[in-house]
Design a protein around this ligand. Sequence first.
Ligand code: GRF
Length: 218
Amino acid sequence: MNADRLPVVILISGRGTNLQSVIDEVHAGRLPLDIRAVISNNPDAEGLARARAANLHTEVVSHRAYLDRVAFDDALRQAIDRHVPKLVVLAGFMRILGRAFIEHYAGRLINIHPSLLPKYPGLDTHARALAAGEREHGASVHFVTPVVDAGPIVAQAVVPVLPGDTPETLAERVLKEEHRIFPLALRWFAEGRLSIRDGRVLLDGAQRPEQGLVGAAT
Ligand code: GRF
């Protein structure tokens, strides 16, 4: 039944709204993924309940159970690979992953980040964008490479920064766009439409606009 769907494993750490956007698109028949497992490093992640509600297989690989990052990365890799995914999706996964882990999934590890990369890698992106007086902010979907939040960009969405914005109001505006471009980028991957040349993502073999696709959906 799932033969035409791409096998994926999704990693989360928290509330799981991006996971939910993916689940919703799969259920709507617009995103051909076979979600083989949702794995969290945090046993209390709200996203685990979302996954269970969608009858998905869930697992917890707690980073606290391992002595160091290498041991955690190894355990996580083993848990993932038991499901033989062709794509591993970081949907609000908040642990830094080591080089060996990332290289193991080269070209099949995708992340969503709440900024217009290369601006504001790392944490507290909304507060930093506000403090810098940015007039635009947004979200990026990118392939993961060993440098944090620096891999080739698949899709971006821009939102305005409005007078009176707080980190919370700005985050909410960005999150709405995350929920749009994340499933879209995963669909492109699942349909085999993405490739990487010279560190840039191509869609259907064509060079992308500056910094990846901004805005429009296809
Ligand atoms: C999102 O803003 C995502 O971009 C970032 O972490 C947040 C996760 O939110 N990587 P959620 O768990 O998907 O609701």
